[in-house]
Design a binder for this molecule. Structure first.
Ligand SMILES: Cc1ncc(COP(=O)(O)O)c(C=O)c1O
Length: 377
């Protein structure tokens, strides 16, 4: 059995309770909330609302301001569709995932938005002062921040940036896909937060959410069936329905409900420190054995810093990351090579062929992480 080390893409394995809850929906319910007249819809609705309330507390917003989506990609896209208007001035950062970069570039072409992308350093770290200066320098309509890079694992110091956006009256959107379930997001003064259920929260794929602060008026970007207000030919403006059109992914909500309960019952299993320490040791071994290797943000791993996720990205001047990925796969390690759906950051990291990324989940023992060093050429 190979070792799964691509937790930054999606968490695996899931706690058994999660799979059981998904199967329970298929076996015992099969219906959506607010659709149909059977008592079962009320039970499903109760699970939706309990899960929504738990997600709301992770995001620091009222439960009514959490909308279910198909994933962070859809959450980000819907928010951008709802907010961006022709000529808007948008500030983003080089660590943006494609789910932010691509809609922004599309909006630049379709709506003529002005887009400024702020740089990061060679470890992928954003200087919050750059964000504050850029907000100060010229008026903006939207700030889009990436909370943690899925390439480097660096958790950015976004709080001063979000606070400055609020002071300048600039709407802010935080992509918390990598930090939801690993870092405290609830205290951050973001206007909107997007994340998926299937990463560190340990829920199923096909589910995500958009959380916004109360009072942010947004036109529903995806009108459609809503399970309520059936006679209207306009999509309801009330949250969360405003952002929820179409039949929801009920089995995934059941799975996320179970994942959140499991997480609450097993806080020690979720501690990122052991994974980070093992990766720090691996980072040391990697560079000690071959000087051609460069580990990104190595210092944060070596020091077990909480502003670093358990993600190790490295390059080897003598090998293409894709070649190393194949060799590790043959040796029984499932890692990820390439650009990791982050189109802008590699120019700043100096990684023109991408990186080899090792991202263990909380269930991988340290010795299996360290064994990677012996499997590499
Ligand atoms: C930082 C970041 N943002 C957004 C996404 C998109 O998430 P999803 O594929 O679940 O929609 C990812 C997924 O890798 C990510 O790492």
């Amino acid at each position: 059995m190979s070792v799964y080390l691509d937790h930054a893409a999606t968490s695996f394995p899931k706690p058994p309770d999660v799979t059981a809850a998904v199967l329970r929906w298929y076996a015992d319910y099969g219906v959506s909330p607010d659709r149909g007249d059977s008592d079962l819809t009320a039970v499903v609705r109760a699970v939706f609302e309990r899960t929504r309330a738990r997600v709301a507390s992770l995001c620091g917003v009222p439960a009514t301001r959490v909308a279910w989506t198909s994933g962070a990609t859809e959450s980000l896209h819907l928010f951008l569709l709802a907010v961006l208007k022709p000529g808007h001035r948008v500030l983003a950062t080089a660590c943006a995932h494609s789910s932010v970069a691509r809609p922004l570039v599309t909006a630049r072409e379709a709506l003529g938005i002005e887009l400024e992308v702020l740089p990061v350093d060679r470890d992928g770290r954003l200087d919050p002062a750059d964000v504050v200066h850029a907000l100060h320098r010229s008026p903006r309509d939207l700030l889009v921040l990436n909370h943690a890079s899925n390439v480097t694992g660096v958790v950015q110091d976004v709080e001063p940036c979000l606070r400055a956006a609020r002071d300048f009256g600039v709407t802010s959107l935080l992509d918390a896909s990598q930090t939801m379930g690993t870092s405290d997001v609830a205290h951050l003064p973001a206007d909107a937060i997007a994340a998926s259920a299937h990463k560190a929260l340990l829920g199923p794929p096909g589910l995500g959410f958009l959380a916004t602060v109360a009072g942010l008026d947004l036109t529903p970007p995806k009108p459609g069936g809503s399970g309520s207000s059936h006679a209207l030919d306009r999509h309801p403006l009330e949250w969360p329905t405003a952002f929820e059109a179409g039949t929801p992914n009920s089995p995934a909500v059941f799975g996320l409900d179970a994942a959140l309960a499991w997480r609450a019952a097993h806080p020690r299993r979720l501690d990122p420190s052991p994974g980070r320490i093992a990766l720090g040791e691996l980072a040391q071994r990697l560079v000690d054995t071959r000087p051609s290797r460069r580990v990104l943000a190595a210092d944060s791993l070596l020091r077990d810093r909480p502003d670093q996720l358990p993600i190790l990205s490295f390059t080897d001047a003598d090998w293409d990351p894709a070649e190393l990925g194949i060799l590790l796969d043959q040796a029984g390690f499932q890692v990820r090579s390439g650009f990791h759906c982050a189109p802008w950051i590699h120019r700043f990291l100096g990684t023109p062929t991408g990186t080899l990324r090792i991202s263990p989940g909380p269930f991988v023992p340290a010795e299996r992480i360290l064994a990677i060093a012996d499997a590499l050429p």
